[in-house]
Write a protein that binds this ligand. Sequence first.
Ligand SMILES: [Zn+2]
Length: 222
Amino acid sequence: MTASLDAMTLPSWASHVDFKAAPMPLLRVQAFVDTLDLDLRRDILADPEEARAWLADAGLRESGPDFRADLRLAREARESIRALIGHDAESEPLTPDQLEPLETVLREAQLRLDVTAEGRVLLAAGAPPVSLADGILGLLLIIRDAQADGSWDRLKLCSNPDCRWAFYDRSHSRQGAWCDMASCGNRLKNRNLRARRRPTGTAEPAEPNERTEPAEPAVTAG
Ligand SMILES: [Zn+2]
């Protein structure tokens, strides 16, 4: 098991991805989707201030006129990207509702074409300071590249409907269906173990028997 090893080398914005982390840059997509942990009922984007800090740390949003609208878009786009990850050749087509948040991103974001001194032609999102739409567009460009090089097929959703955690399947067969073996229990145990070892000052999910309903998203303007 290399989970704790991986966790030590992960960037701060991906510290919650303590299982089956994707390589960079696909880790950015995984970390965004996994800000919602249905299994542990933890949502990094539930609390506006925690969300603001995480989005900035992840380089997804530096500024913007309306944080309340950005936070709503972040939560909606997260589910759209989760649907993209869960979609495969046997799936029903994605619905207009699933795609709509990404269409909002495409309307609002600035797409830039760069020609570098090395002669490379690059697509990039916006220019700093990054708006949330630019940040999400950057994730879509990562997805596009991963679809082109095949690594996208290794990013999957856990088949447990109560989990839906995005994980990177490094198995030779590419047949992994669960974030952790046949149930998510091991991940839960492992994370709680890590939480107990963690220095104070870092909020971590409660023990499973202390689960509470997810906090209402008490959004404040800013
Ligand atoms: Zn799972």
